[in-house]
Ligand binder design. Sequence first.
Ligand code: HEC
Ligand code: HEC
Ligand code: HEC
Ligand code: HEC
Ligand code: HEC
Length: 609
Amino acid sequence: MNSKKRRLSTARLFLFSTTTFLSFSLLTGCAQAPLGEQGAGPAFFKGSRKIEQLPAEAALAVPKNNSQQTNLGAPLTIFTDKNFVGSGRCALCHGNLADREDRDMSITNHWRSTMMANAAKDPFWQAKVESETSRNPAIKQVIEEKCVACHMPMAWRQFNINKQAYESGSGGTPYDAFINPANQLNKAAMDGVSCSLCHQIEDQGLGTKENFSGKFIIDAGIPAPQRPHFGPYKDTVPEPMQTSIGYKPLYSAHTNDSALCATCHTLYTPYLDSAGNVAGEFPEQTPYLEWLHSEYGEPLGTRHDISEQLDKVRLCQECHMPHSPAGGVLIAMPAPKESTGKDHFSQHHFVGGNILLLNMMQDNIDPLGITASTEKITDTKKRAADQLQRQSANLFLHGGTISKDTLTVAVAVENQVGHKLPTGFPSRRAWLHLVVQDAAGAVLFESGKPQADGIIMGDDGDEKNLFEPHYDVISQQDQVQIYESVMQNTDGEITHTLLRGAGYIKDNRLLPKGFDKKTAAADIAVRGAAAADGNFTGGSDLVTYRIPVGNQSGPFTITAELLYTPVSHAFMQDLTQDASLARVDRFVKLYSEADKTPVTIAGVKGITR
Ligand code: HEC
Ligand code: HEC
Ligand code: HEC
Ligand code: HEC
Ligand code: HEC
């Protein structure tokens, strides 16, 4: 990742002269220059500058190697079945690694506290599966088969590969069966998106629709000890791993390709009409397709050797599995004497925006059966906060002109992410919080204020079961720019039930750079008013605020922030309706106790003359 450049821009101060020659047309967004240039160009504020939210990078110091870590958490599972082994077995040799500067590079230490490792233990996921099946009882089996395919992938695959051996023990529909500790496949299920699953995904059909929605291919026909675990290195010593677990480390270029991640990160969900009949399928999660249509993407089938320097292209792996800063990592310990240190070493960080659920898991390690310590979860939370605050978006202020009784100011948002922001699960949202204060500090105008209960003030989605439209111009406090996807059912009504989502009534999530909304396929199209907003384009949006200030003359202080939460209030309200179900009730309680303060992705402040 381009961390050097980002660090510079974070530190850049916007101190400019205060001429107000900005043309009005630019403010309304008719004439938009590239954002980077606008940010550095003539400014219209005295001391408009970025708000720093993070401590100096030194404070985020990466833990030292394993010997200095005392508490990793409850042991990882060590089950062995015919096709997979538990992550605890890999920990034996891949759990105590360090780079040249003795930073902790242990793969299991990084992975164990991620959302992927906890995909099956995730209390939000469990609640949602139970809610969906109770709303659509006639297709409970079908729904559960769908949900376990990615969230409990080892158990589901093992079951399908060898039904004879496991059917008797499974007892009922797959989710009900696997979640039961007495089930033979429970340990495999609860290990989530685990090592031995991801490293066995074959290079077959990757990046195609046959392969999406968790339909990756695992070749169960190859016997031990030739059965491969694919990786990015050509020169590994295979014997220790073959002898120990019966799998052979094997080079394959597809581990360095976004199409590997696409198998689970492109999700089509079937939907029902009001009569309960399957009426089609809708694109519930499409980060890979968004990425393909952006400047970071590249044509399907392009493969890179790990020694290649990529120019514009950024793979999912490069952002979500950042390379060890110091390199020279021996990838297994004890290292065979022929082993060489790797500079490309990919850290299994896998962080997105979901700090809320990490908090819940951290507060409930034992009840949820989490096999990561408080310390490990804190490490993952720091990585997520760092990624959100340093690598996700920038804000700029433009304008600041006062004409008659109106202050006009424009907020430019620049998306740095490799897909839409937010992307993924349709409960995510990011929004603009803008505050104008007079010279004495009194608040004159506020749009998008977060409330302690998770509501965004003024959001019609939270308060009225409608949705907040996309705006180009905001002139009232109850208008809020919320970047989100809102599902609708076959009758055109807003829905939060995944199996009723037939499409999006609104999708104004920030587009990645290079994303041309005019040529975007229907599955990733912009929906609602943003489609016609001329300055909502690949990589950016410009929102103009026209703020009534009466006869006050200023100076006014303007503060804008881009906020993020993974679970919208409306989504939560909807789920609460099923609180008679035990796991929904548990999640509703966890949510009500949780700190719902949104993460500030970016902030900017300016003072008018
Ligand atoms: C193709 C793989 C796949 C399938 C099938 C799948 N999911 Fe997911 N699910 C994901 C991914 C990937 C994410 C994380 C996306 C993100 O972080 O935005 C996710 C996230 C979620 C979340 C949010 C979790 C959180 O902690 O915020 C819920 C709830 C959820 N899924 C429910 C379901 C249900 C219910 C089903 C079955 C109807 C299902 N999933 C089927 C891949 C899948
Ligand atoms: C979601 C898929 C996924 C999961 C889960 C996963 N890995 Fe990986 N792993 C990868 C990919 C992809 C690479 C190569 C990345 C690249 O080429 O940049 C990799 C690389 C590796 C390597 C080579 C060293 C390196 O990091 O460069 C080892 C060893 C490894 N993984 C072991 C593990 C172990 C042990 C676990 C479980 C704790 C695990 N992996 C979980 C996808 C995964
Ligand atoms: C007994 C020790 C041992 C165990 C247990 C073990 N490995 Fe390995 N693994 C190794 C060694 C040794 C290498 C090669 C290191 C080298 O040559 O630098 C390796 C290499 C790898 C690679 C790199 C392959 C490549 O070509 O890039 C992957 C991926 C991998 N292991 C995954 C796993 C996973 C997943 C597990 C658990 C299911 C696991 N290993 C368990 C010792 C082990
Ligand atoms: C076997 C399916 C599967 C594969 C393959 C997979 N993922 Fe995931 N991933 C998931 C699921 C399921 C979740 C959501 C877990 C949850 O929130 O409950 C997830 C979540 C994530 C998250 C979000 C974490 C957060 O904090 O919100 C990131 C980032 C991610 N995956 C990156 C990757 C990358 C990069 C790859 C490819 C190297 C990859 N995934 C491959 C299933 C998969
Ligand atoms: C240029 C860097 C970059 C690339 C490339 C990239 N991501 Fe991300 N991704 C991010 C950042 C930063 C975030 C956190 C902000 C957010 O939530 O969108 C993120 C968030 C996510 C999330 C969590 C979204 C949420 O809010 O729940 C998932 C899932 C994810 N990425 C998957 C992927 C997949 C799959 C790919 C490859 C197709 C990919 N990413 C490529 C930078 C990147």
